[in-house]
Ligand binder design. Structure first.
Ligand code: ADP
Ligand code: MG
Length: 366
């Protein structure tokens, strides 16, 4: 029998309200993150990912709710006392310090003697295979080497949880893919809990054990990349993750993966399905992506008229479709995944009842 996983971080009704006259940036979210897992907070810009991460780090005050780390309530502890560490966008190394001094920096701030902090920083650099480059400045290191220095610098305080806010988004696409593989490898090797904020679906799917999809300060879905991609909870998740068509059918709203759509020329004998015509053909290498517009009678909502079909290159070559061609679309019932309504914003919290303070003057007058 599987034991329930240890929970590294638990968030209870966590709320951030930056100003009274705007909706909360984070609205009463609940979340449990398993120890030693790679968790990605994913969502469009402005959905509250960084605010959530900064509240966990202690860099942002909490309006309501609680944050527990290994069952200890850390909501009101200063950042340095929490057992978390943060790794920032493009690593934010000090350019004038060597790799060794970058890693040792927080120990210096704590007043640890020079020999001791260099010993510990050196050991960590060895750990991330950077010992031989300890005296180099950041500008003399490759992107990958800088990332390892940044990782060592974050780990020097022996955190239980490493927090990463878009650590790869400033890198060029090639390096980004390399660096994420390395982050994933280090996370597994160190056995630490990573909480990584990204707006990239691809990055989250590549990295995460658990994906947390956020929108407008709410959590829309929590699950493995496989669960979230194949069984999106609602229309927002299906559209945000991409690779799906959202379609209104007799049985309700469904998502069908682009590569599960079936397509035939409208004149094909015996074919039946939704009428559409091809508006776009994009060659992608292994696959060809067809953009289509459904005929008016096929779907009511204008947003649902645009669909996409992903064909294997060999299937496309066997039956090359042309721009403007009328076609029929269908799918196996087993590939239609029913969508639920989206996350609902919780009712605003009632103000805490303030205890009636007896007015001493009124009491005397009575
Ligand atoms: P994300 O990281 O998902 O892009 P953020 O957590 O940075 O989103 O922001 C969530 C919302 O809170 C946005 O509407 C943003 O404009 C707002 N916000 C973020 N930081 C502040 C701040 N310091 N003061 C006021 N509003 C803020
Ligand atoms: Mg952000």
């Amino acid at each position: 029998m599987d034991a329930a996983p240890d929970i590294a971080v638990e968030i209870v009704a966590l709320t951030k309200q930056y100003a009274v006259d705007i909706p909360p940036a984070v609205d009463q979210i609940d979340l449990r993150i398993a120890s030693g897992s790679y968790c990605c907070l994913l969502g469009p810009s402005g959905c509250g990912k960084s605010t959530t991460l900064r509240m966990i780090a202690g860099h942002e005050s909490v309006t309501h709710g609680d944050i527990l780390l290994a069952n200890r309530n850390i909501t009101r502890l200063p950042a340095a006392a929490r057992g978390t560490a943060m790794m920032f966008q493009s690593f934010a190394l000090f350019p004038h310090l060597s790799a060794l001094d970058n890693v040792a920096f927080s120990l210096k701030m704590k007043g640890v003697a020079r020999a001791e902090r260099h010993r510990r920083a050196g050991a960590l650099l060895e750990r991330v295979a950077m010992g031989h480059l300890a005296q180099r400045k950041p500008a003399e290191l490759s992107g990958g080497q800088q990332q390892r220095v940044a990782l060592a610098r974050a780990l020097i305080t022996e955190p239980k949880v490493l927090l990463l806010d878009e650590p790869l988004s400033a890198l060029d696409p090639f390096l980004r893919v390399q660096m994420r593989a390395e982050l994933r490898r280090w996370q597994k090797e160190l056995g630490l809990t990573f909480i990584h904020v990204t707006h990239s679906q691809e990055e989250a799917m590549a990295l995460a054990d658990t994906m947390v999809v956020m929108n407008h300060g709410l959590i829309e879905q929590v699950g493995s990349p496989h669960q979230v991609y194949n069984f999106p909870a609602n229309e927002f998740v299906a559209r945000f993750m991409g690779g799906h068509n959202v379609l209104q059918t007799a049985s309700g709203l469904v998502a069908v993966r682009n590569d599960h759509m079936r397509i035939a020329a409208a004149q094909a004998p015996g074919a039946s399905g939704l009428a559409a015509h091809i508006t776009d053909i994009e060659y992608q290498g292994t696959y060809v992506l067809l953009g289509l517009q459904l005929a008016d009678e096929a779907q009511a909502a204008p947003a649902m008229k645009q669909v996409a079909v992903l064909l294997h290159e060999s299937d496309f070559l066997a039956c090359p479709f042309e721009l403007g061609q009328p076609v029929l679309l269908w799918w196996d019932e087993a590939h239609a995944h029913a969508l639920q309504p989206g996350a609902q914003r919780p009712a605003p919290r009632q103000p805490q009842p303030t205890r009636m303070r007896r007015d001493p003057l009124a009491a005397m007058a009575a």
